[in-house]
Design a binder for this molecule. Structure first.
Ligand SMILES: Cc1cc2nc3c(=O)[nH]c(=O)nc-3n(C[C@H](O)[C@H](O)[C@H](O)COP(=O)(O)O)c2cc1C
Length: 207
């Protein structure tokens, strides 16, 4: 089949398939703090690392149904900092709890019974017991185009200022992903976890 965006139903697909096509996507579990000092935690799968030197990451937040900013976006606009927490299989249920639509100022760390560890380079905590976390400062937000009648998504780009890794997931100087089985988001309500690895070396350049 082939179709243009927005016409998936005519093609026999019940739901917009984009997120099942661009899958698996890593999950950035974003912690942030507002000007009022309140804390927020929510998962974003429009998330990725986008550069290494310096390390940069991005997440993309849709709007609330009334067009207002999601709390994570509001907080990053207000205080310019966030942490990205990596979701291992053990954190899946808690991550899901934090995706609920709670009133601004609700502390999802408490709602999901999660511990907090103070940031080293930012005034935002990371989630206790995650396999890894990135402390970030806001670099730039790009407001993406919106279809007629839709609210825009905002792509938040941050610069990584601190990196936490649980020593227990490091083996021989390398992170072993099978030790925490990072969760990834697919389409619909589907998730995947990394349980198996294989290596490939890039071709050596001769030309
Ligand atoms: C695994 C997962 C991934 C999600 N990814 C996104 C995303 O990339 N962008 C987005 O706007 N909402 C995403 N959501 C929904 C938000 O987590 C949800 O709207 C949440 O309430 C936003 O919280 P906040 O307003 O506290 O930032 C995702 C939800 C789940 C469970």
């Amino acid at each position: 089949m082939f179709f243009k965006p927005g016409t998936h139903k005519d093609a026999g697909l019940h739901y917009n398939p984009l997120k099942a096509i661009v899958a698996p996507r890593p999950i950035g579990w974003i912690a942030s703090r507002g000007n009022d000092k309140s804390l927020n935690l929510a998962p974003y799968s429009f998330f990725n690392a986008i550069a290494e030197l310096p390390p940069m990451v991005m997440f993309s937040a849709g709007s609330n149904p009334d067009g207002s900013d999601k709390d994570s976006l509001r907080n990053v606009k207000e205080t310019g900092e966030f942490t990205v927490n990596i979701v291992g299989a053990a954190q899946g249920d808690a991550m899901n709890i934090t995706s609920g639509s709670y009133a601004y100022g609700s502390n999802e760390f408490e709602l999901a019974n999660l511990g907090m560890i103070d940031g080293e380079t930012v005034n935002v905590p990371r989630v206790a017991n995650v396999p890894a976390a990135l402390e970030c400062t806001h670099w730039q937000t790009i407001v993406l185009p919106a279809d007629e009648g839709a609210h825009p998504c905002s792509m938040v780009i941050g610069r990584v200022t601190g990196i936490y890794i649980d020593d227990d997931v490091v083996v021989d100087g390398k992170i072993d992903n099978t030790l925490f089985q990072p969760l990834a988001r697919l389409g619909y309500k589907d998730y995947a976890k990394v349980t198996e690895l294989f290596e490939m070396s890039r071709p050596t350049t001769t030309a």
